[in-house]
Design a protein around this ligand. Sequence first.
Ligand SMILES: NC(=O)c1ccc[n+]([C@@H]2O[C@H](COP(=O)([O-])OP(=O)(O)OC[C@H]3O[C@@H](n4cnc5c(N)ncnc54)[C@H](OP(=O)(O)O)[C@@H]3O)[C@@H](O)[C@H]2O)c1
Length: 315
Amino acid sequence: MNKLTRDERRDVQWQSRVYLCQSRFSKFLLELGAFFPARFTASQEFSVSIPLVIIGGGVMGEAILAGLLRQQLYPPDAILVREISPERQEYLQRQYQVRAIAGTEGLFPAETVLLAVKPQGLEPVAASLVPHFQGNPPLLLSILAGVTLQRLEAAFPQAPVIRAMPNTPATVGAAITAIAGGNLVKEAQLEAARRLFEAIGQVVEVPEFLMDAVTGLSGSGPAYVALAIEALADGGVAAGLARGTALQLALQTVLGTAQLLQSTGLHPAVLKDRVSSPGGTTIAGVAALERAGFRSALIEAVLAAQRRSQELGQS
Ligand SMILES: NC(=O)c1ccc[n+]([C@@H]2O[C@H](COP(=O)([O-])OP(=O)(O)OC[C@H]3O[C@@H](n4cnc5c(N)ncnc54)[C@H](OP(=O)(O)O)[C@@H]3O)[C@@H](O)[C@H]2O)c1
């Protein structure tokens, strides 16, 4: 997982302190307003933008929230979660000390809004949020699978929108997220989105038309890898190993190989060549995989998932 540099951390902590000072000052003014209502009735004048609003505190919303707090990108009181399930609200408040509410009251003004509801929730959610923007739309980050920038821009007119596609390892801070910016997005906003998603792993920027390809590879990829790990363990059991030992061997082999490739920057083909000695065991296994069409099966899996993502995006 990418760590923040010392400068980035200082920058973020400084922003958080500014936010806390602003919100304390605002609170002070509002308290004064209680004593002197005639002079301090216009609370809107003193309202402070909420740094981050998360709409939908489900699996992904929680994974991102946890990552942001872990990386100290925001303090808990700089984040407001809108979540309709009372049980989830209660859980998020207890677990992360953030405020979680069901309605839209008090959500705005906000600097950044992260949309993490199901894709079919887009239009109803947009209809409930947009009237509160009052000419001051936040930066909108959407992780809704298959929802295009065009649909997002239509749902949130005048708002800068960024489409993002994280994957399930986000829950352990090991995601890879692809981001694509809409027409109104400035470079600094893309950078802010990059930092936010780096709290749950790595980030790549792609042109939007490649989002279906991203879905086919990293979005659906955890299922392919899980299948491969399961099959390796089955192979171990077939070869006589106990199930638990076989699974442990399979899991750590995949994890260790990925870490090795990542930390050395070795091309996978070079590593494969290095471990395949002439007439040895590994090349016998590799030859069996080639006969079974292992590599083309993975290539076809990515392409099939990309096609399905394109179809779902059009429906
Ligand atoms: N999970 C992944 O690996 C993954 C990967 C990439 C992208 N995504 C995208 O991430 C989004 C969220 O997925 P998820 O797996 O986190 O789904 P999820 O666990 O169902 O989370 C969505 C949460 O939002 C709540 N919600 C529904 N309508 C709401 C509203 N109007 N306001 C506030 N909260 C509302 C839901 O409550 P109820 O359950 O009570 O309806 C639920 O708790 C989806 O659009 C998905 O396409 C997910």
